[in-house]
Design a protein around this ligand. Structure first.
Ligand code: ADP
Ligand code: MG
Ligand code: MG
Length: 892
């Protein structure tokens, strides 16, 4: 018989942490905690596969599943001594979703299930607290109506606000039993009015409908958007956890809370979290009452008057903090836990690996190595390479004077400036227009997720460090300030009212400092990040584990310097054409292109020579003996010429030339398909004098730099767009000739490798022949992708997104390497090339060189290095290390 249900209870469970795919994260970890002997209320988990069954069978549940659930509930009844639906000692249940990947707040939970007009009496009687029973009942009705019946919770909140106002109460906890009872009757009434349906009294009806509703929530808009953003497959489905309730709303010795075993923002080793006395479920994160700190240290840091849990419930706190230590040691990672205290008794309700900022992730990984909890390689493998981006982003320059408009809690570090917008929709629109915005909300909810993605940073006036905005922003790695209570959002007039009555309007520029919690006026100067400390240590470990080297694509001294500071070990691609666009040079370049004959071209090239030479000299000096790959001129010549009539007229005038003549030359150079036209080595073959000049500039610069720094340049000259060996032979002969000439003139022997880009399928296929001449290959995967697919990169944007939407391709092949097709050509070329020349150097210099998945591919294909843009160098170093660790192919 199919196993639909896994139980967990006193000191044991049928599943465990390795069953995440079956039980979902929450279920697997509840089972694991039960196995560890931690205090977990008994329950059962309905497997995630049941979710697919449910959708394939017109939203029904299999008979066997229902029987197994009832058996599981019987076991819970035995353990708790209570009866589900019982008129005395009723057992109440929580129905909780829990998918394989954590989807915080994306799906629904129903608490206190099993309450009805009868059991509420029994509950109150058992607890000796009728207020508690009616409070639980009203919560249940509200959640059930929302999750199962589809009635928005706002109608209930309105009723509650009216009642509170009528009795002059400030907090929910001020309401008496009788008042709650009245609220319950109003709730039931509004359900009938709004839905024409009564609130179900039968606990079993409640149970099946709630389970079905959790499954249904897998397909709600919020969850679907979240899955899309996080690439979670739909077929995973969600599991459902049915668990005995424990009560944090049973008076002043009861509480509910959330905690991180280390600070999720800084990574500091400290118990970090919040709790609320006499509260249930999501009260802590809902921002209804201000939560209290768990620790005294936390209380002091937040300047709160309200006692910490450490002070208020010292015994329970000690037990809790020991459990946190145990969980962390057991999982060997920082945990995010949820707990409830029922009349002094602690219950653990959830644990999972805690989301954290990159800075915190870094610190935690490094600290855990020092604590001998994990190895250096494990630490390296724990950091998501793309997340390093966050550390490479600017922070506010500490030297500038801050015009502070207000402040809140520093929920997610980093700083950003932008225009104020008040809605998620506006944020999305602004992003589409390329404007930078700060999303300002009272608080955020999962419906805002799109806008949060679009914003540079998020500011809320309500909520704590574990509020939705805070958690989501940390996950996304964008700066966030929450609970800026001294500021007020006036949505009607689209204003943010600051302390002292100053108002900021929609569109006004502000800067958020997510590290200090400050809201600053205007654009504020930023500073580049510090790359030492934990970052430096972790990167050292990565470098130790890495097999491939990481180079950079750099055309300018500025790029080269930045890349060096990020740890680049050479230049994998220096595109020389960029050197011809600047200032005066473009004129000389045009002279060269427009010259009538070779003599005219040589005259212009002679003027370009010293300019190129000085560029190269500077690059070589910056790279200090590291390898530098220089690519000969690649783009078609007409890219350097004016296009429109006005431009032509202007250039003709500047060059003292007839505009009609210039127009004719421009037209003559026109190509129907420049991508596949007169470019790359084809230029060097038509006009060898261009390649000669470039080779001379390079060699003379090598000599100059070597004299200057005393270090020999490890030079590689790269010929682009080769498809025939004869092409490479021709150009290489020209390069070799110049090397001998310059060597003779300077009295220095110049060492260098001559190689080619592999960017055309024919070159990949004929790699064994090309390698007879080429001393290295560099895979130019932009062109190789373009020519393998026959898709022009510049025109791809009009249909690639359609392909993705329609599921024809998953990823844009220009962003993440197409392993199957383009990858096949790379593997084949590497293999064939190395058969001819065993020491053939292999690298990649396309955009893919900075993409972690593509880097993993390069490791597997046995390339020697990857080359990427300067800001991606640390990402590539880390990704290359992780790939080597995963392959078990580490250096040493
Ligand atoms: P989410 O996935 O959104 O965190 P949960 O299933 O964890 O949803 O439920 C949210 C909250 O509901 C929990 O943090 C806890 O406070 C409360 N809760 C869930 N199950 C129980 C239970 N068995 N007893 C008491 N409270 C519970
Ligand atoms: Mg929740
Ligand atoms: Mg939870």
């Amino acid at each position: 018989m199919e196993k639909w249900v896994y139980r967990f209870g006193r000191g044991q469970a049928e599943g465990g942490v390795s069953d995440v795919a079956i039980l979902g994260g929450k279920g697997a970890n509840l089972a694991e905690m039960a196995n560890l002997g931690l205090p977990v209320p008994p329950g059962l988990t309905i497997v995630a596969d049941a979710c697919s069954w449910y959708f394939q069978h017109e939203k029904t549940l299999p008979e066997a599943l229902m029987a197994q659930v009832l058996d599981g509930i019987a076991a819970m009844e035995a353990e708790t001594g209570r009866t589900f639906g019982g008129a005395t000692s009723p057992l109440l249940l929580s129905i909780r979703s829990g998918a394989r990947a954590s989807m915080p707040g994306m799906m629904d939970t129903v608490l206190n299930l099993g309450l009805n007009d009868e059991t509420v009496q029994a509950l109150g009687h058992d607890a000796g607290d009728a207020r508690f029973a009616w409070d639980s009942y009203r919560r249940f009705i509200q959640m059930y109506a929302d999750v199962v019946m589809g009635l928005d919770h706002e109608v209930f909140e309105e009723i509650l606000e009216d009642e509170k106002a009528r009795h002059g109460h400030e907090y929910d906890t001020d309401l008496s039993a009788v008042e709650w009872q009245h609220v319950v009757s109003l709730y039931k009434q509004v359900i009938e009015e709004e839905l024409g349906d009564t609130f179900p009294q039968d606990p079993h009806v409640q149970l099946w409908q709630a389970i079905a509703a959790v499954f249904s929530s897998w397909m709600n808009q919020r969850a679907m958007t979240y899955r899309m953003l996080h690439r979670i497959p739909e077929h995973w489905g969600t599991a459902v956890n049915v668990q005995a309730m424990v009560f944090g709303n049973l008076g002043s010795s009861s509480a509910t809370g959330v905690a991180f075993t280390r600070n999720p923002s800084t990574g500091r080793k400290e118990l970090y979290g919040e709790f609320l006395v006499n509260a249930q479920g999501e009260d802590v994160v809902a921002g209804i009452r201000t939560p209290q700190s768990l620790t005294e240290e936390g209380r002091l840091a937040s300047g709160s008057e309200k006692p910490s849990m450490e002070k208020l419930m010292p015994e329970t706190f000690r037990e809790f903090s020991e459990i946190c230590d145990r969980l962390e040691a057991h999982y060997r990672d920082m945990q995010d836990v949820e707990f409830t205290v029922e009349r002094g008794r602690l219950w653990m309700l959830q644990t999972r690996s805690g989301k954290r900022t990159t800075r915190a992730a870094m610190k935690i990984a490094v600290d855990m190595v020092d604590e001998r909890l994990i190895t250096e390689n494990e630490a390296v493998s724990r950091i998501e390479p793309p997340s390093l981006d966050q550390l490479l982003h600017p922070t506010i320059d500490p030297r500038v004077e801050r015009v502070i408009m207000g402040s809140g809690l520093p929920a997610s570090p980093g700083a950003a400036s932008g225009e104020i917008v008040f809605t998620a929709e506006e944020a999305v629109e602004a992003e589409a227009e390329g404007r930078k915005v700060i999303l300002v909300r009272i608080e955020t909810s999962p419906e805002d997720i799109h806008g949060m993605h679009a914003a540079e940073a998020i500011l809320t006036t309500r909520g704590g460090m574990t509020s939705h905005a805070a958690v989501v922003a940390r996950g996304m790695g964008i700066p966030c300030v929450v609970g800026a209570g001294s500021m007020r959002v006036d949505l009607r007039n689209e204003q943010l009212i600051c302390p002292g009555g100053i108002t900021l309007k929609r569109g006004d520029i502000i800067t958020l400092d997510g590290s200090s919690g400050h809201v600053l006026k205007g654009n504020v100067p930023m500073m580049q990040p510090e790359l030492s400390g934990d970052f430096g240590r972790l990167m050292q470990w990565a470098d130790k584990a890495r097999r491939m080297t990481v180079r950079t694509n750099a055309d300018t001294p500025q790029d080269a310097r930045a890349a060096r500071s990020f740890g680049a070990e050479g230049i994998g691609l220096c595109r020389t054409e960029h050197m011809f666009f600047e200032g005066e040079r473009i004129h000389v370049m045009r002279e060269m292109i427009l010259a009538e004959d070779e003599a005219g071209r040589r005259e212009a090239l002679a003027k370009l020579l010293p300019m190129q030479r000085s560029d190269f000299t500077e690059l070589f000096e910056i790279m200090h003996g590291l390898p530098v790959t220089i690519r000969l001129l690649d783009p078609p010549l007409h890219e350097f010429l004016p296009k429109s009539d006005e431009e032509i007229a202007e250039v003709a005038k500047a060059m003292g030339m007839d505009a009609a003549f210039l127009r004719r030359r421009v037209d003559a150079l026109h190509e129907f398909n420049p991508m596949l036209g007169h470019r790359g080595c084809r230029l060097a073959i038509s006009y060898p004098e261009i390649a000669e000049m470039q080779a001379r500039a390079i060699f003379e610069a090598v000599v100059a730099a070597a004299r200057e720094t005393g270090e020999a340049v490890e030079l590689e000259i790269m010929v682009p767009l080769v498809s025939l060996r004869a092409e490479l032979d021709y150009v290489k002969a020209c390069i070799d000739r110049v090397a001998i000439e310059v060597g003779g003139e300077t009295g220095m022997t110049i060492g260098y490798l001559a190689g080619t880009m592999i960017e055309l399928p024919r070159a990949a296929l004929r790699a064994h022949v090309i390698a007879e001449t080429a001393e290295f290959f560099s895979f130019g995967t932009n062109d190789l992708t373009q020519t393998t697919f026959g898709i022009s990169r510049d025109d791809a944007a009009s249909f690639i997104p359609v392909y993705q939407r329609k599921g024809i391709i998953e990823q844009d092949p220009f962003i993440s390497l197409d392993f199957d097709g383009v990858g096949e050509l790379i593997r084949l070329a590497a293999e064939r090339g190395r058969k001819t020349r065993a020491d053939l150097k292999l690298g990649i210099c396309g955009e893919h060189g900075g993409d972690p998945a593509s880097i993993t591919f390069c490791e597997e294909a046995g390339l020697d290095y990857v080359s990427c843009s300067p800001f991606r160098v640390p990402i590539a170093r880390l990704a290359a290390a992780q790939a080597a660790i995963a392959q078990g192919r580490q250096k040493n």
